[in-house]
Structures are given as C-alpha cells and as structure tokens.
Design a protein around this ligand. Structure first.
Ligand SMILES: [Cu+2]
Length: 161
C-alpha cells in the first residue's frame, strides 16, 4: 500500500508541476476513484453535461437554483457553480442520510472545509466546478453544510434515472 501511495503521490506532484490545475485532495489518498452510493468522481478529460447551479441568499432564505436536477444513469455532469451571494456557500453531493449526519458534524466544527471530489466551497462572487459521474439510479441530496444554511433552504435533490 505504501508503494502505491508513493506512486500516487509523485503522480500528483508531476501533474501539479506540469499544469497549474489545483488537485483537490480527497480525505483518503488512493481512494480517489472509489465508487460510493451516489456514483464516483468524474474524469475532467471526458465529456460531461453542463449543469449550472447558482447559490445565494435573499428574503431571509438561502437557496440553490435550480433545486432539483435530473440526470440519466451513466451520465457525467460538470456542475458549474456560482456563488451570487454575500456569504460563503458550498455544495456537497451525498446521500440524504450522509449529508444530515455531516451537517451535525459541521455544527461541532463550523470551520471544517471541504475539498473532496463531491464538494466545493466558494467565497462570494466566485465560481467553481464539480465533475461527478452518476453511475447509480437513485435520489440524492446536495446541500450547503455551513451551519444554518441547509436549514435556511440550501438543499436540493438529484434524481438519477
Ligand atoms: Cu450556504
């Protein structure tokens, strides 16, 4: 395992040197492509359907627009995220159960930042992408897990058919 990890480590260094693309570090090195209940990290080199999602707040609420995204099984999607609000926001894709659990953890550690393939945090007026490959049918959640935001309306649904 050590051997594999060191190969991965040097591949990341080479990639980082040869391009200026930031490599998002997943929680567990070596599990980058691991498939989970809602699919797996996308391959940015492969074609993807573009889905734009705007994040923001207003009228005492916080939102994702649109709040529902329909996807075909097997489709790779590039979410183009735009934070149009005045506060930091994030989008975390997971099962509803995982996001609810994660939201509780965030209340204990409000400064926890996400830099995983299924999540992106953006400062006001910033844009960013998540590329995700939806390999399994089901209904999944996307939420902003910054304390108070999900409760204020920052949650949406991904339906994979
Ligand atoms: Cu938010």
């Amino acid at each position: 395992m050590k051997y594999i990890l060191s190969i991965l480590g040097s591949a990341v260094v080479v990639a980082a040197l040869s391009t200026s693309v930031a490599i998002a570090g997943p929680g567990a090195a070596g599990h980058h492509d691991a498939e989970v209940a809602y699919g797996k990290p996308g391959d940015p080199k492969k074609p993807a359907r573009i889905v734009q999602i705007r994040m923001g707040e207003g009228d005492g609420k916080m939102f994702f627009a649109p709040p529902i995204v329909e996807i075909k099984k097997g489709e790779q999607v590039r979410f183009k995220l735009m934070n149009g609000g005045e506060l930091d926001h994030e989008l975390v894709i997971a099962t509803l159960q995982e996001n609810l659990k994660h939201a509780e953890e965030m209340k204990k550690n409000p400064d926890m930042e996400h830099d995983d393939p299924n999540a992106k945090r953006l400062a006001p007026k910033k844009t960013g992408d998540i590329v995700w490959h939806f390999t399994k049918v089901g209904e999944f959640d996307f939420s902003c897990l910054i304390p108070g935001h999900r409760e204020a309306g920052m949650t949406g649904k991904i339906i994979v058919k």
